[in-house]
Design a protein around this ligand. Structure first.
Ligand code: NDP
Length: 247
């Protein structure tokens, strides 16, 4: 698919990786539209780059259905959806100290599953519906993580990020008959603005565990999205971009 002129919806695009996708794809001639939960981030993005967006919580089914209806009516169906919104709420499964033993809180589980898995399901479903309805041969890109392999303190996040890969494969198999593709990217540790604020000493320790000897750049993940969009034969697979790091 040529990126130029294409409608590209990006969830959680107000900052971090999502913003990088939006900026880079706009520079390639695409028409990004960002949804996120903080108005200030959307305003700053619009002012800085001219990229439009609006508030949308990826856990709110009614608002998601309405958003994709309105978006399609105004712009045509999305050609690309990047399911990027995601959070962490880490906790060890069981923590035993001298005087007490703690369980993984149900609330941490629900928060992460709602946003990182159910949010992907809902936005993916609505985007696919409009793509198929309008005969748009689009692509859905789901952002997984190196943690899909299972990671300390991330029962919830690992479950969501691996579940999302299984959904990706399922959608690729089901939607191929309509010319719609689905793919995923599993980034390793990436130098986002937030990560860049971590003490250098800690960053060096993380980097020492990565065969590449450094964290990834946001631009390296966005170039991966560009490849997936452009290569029509790429379908139903996850690209791991992690500098060779395995958990
Ligand atoms: P950020 O926290 O910087 O960006 C995520 C964005 O999603 C934020 O703008 C956030 O809003 C938004 N968001 C949170 N909840 C919702 C919601 N319910 N509805 C809509 N938007 C929401 O994260 P990153 O850029 O670092 O990560 C982006 C994606 O990449 C995530 O899925 C993450 O799991 C994945 N990833 C990141 C890695 C990294 O090293 N950074 C490594 C592997 C995967 P708010 O500003 O309120 O937080």
């Amino acid at each position: 698919m040529d990126i130029a002129g294409k409608n590209i919806v990006i969830t959680g695009g107000g900052r971090g990786l999502g913003k990088q996708f939006a900026v880079d794809l706009k520079n390639l001639g695409g028409k990004p539209y960002v949804v996120d939960v903080i108005q200030n981030d959307l305003d700053a993005l619009k002012e800085e780059t001219g990229i439009p967006g609006e508030i949308l919580d990826v856990t709110d089914e009614e608002k998601i259905v309405d958003f994709f209806e309105r978006f399609t009516e105004t712009n045509g169906a999305p050609d690309v959806l990047i399911n990027n919104a995601g959070i962490t709420a880490d906790h060890f499964f069981i923590i035993k100290s001298e005087d007490k033993i703690e369980k993984f809180p149900r609330s941490n589980w629900d928060k992460v599953i709602d946003i990182n898995l159910t949010g992907v399901f809902l936005c993916g479903r609505e985007a696919a519906y409009h793509m198929v309805k309008h005969g748009v041969k689009g692509v859905i890109i789901n952002i997984s993580s190196i943690s899909k392999a299972g990671n300390l303190g991330q029962t919830n996040y690992a479950a969501a990020k691996s579940g999302l890969v299984a959904m990706t494969v399922t959608w690729a198999k089901e939607l191929a008959r309509h010319g719609v593709r689905a793919a995923a990217i599993a980034p390793g540790y990436i130098l986002t603005d937030m990560v860049a604020k971590i003490e250098q000493r800690v960053l060096d320790k993380i980097a020492s565990r990565i065969p590449a000897g450094r964290l990834g750049e946001m631009e390296e993940i966005s170039r991966t999205a560009q490849y997936i969009i452009e290569c029509d034969f790429f379908n139903g697979r996850v690209i791991e971009v992690d500098g060779g790091h395995r958990l």
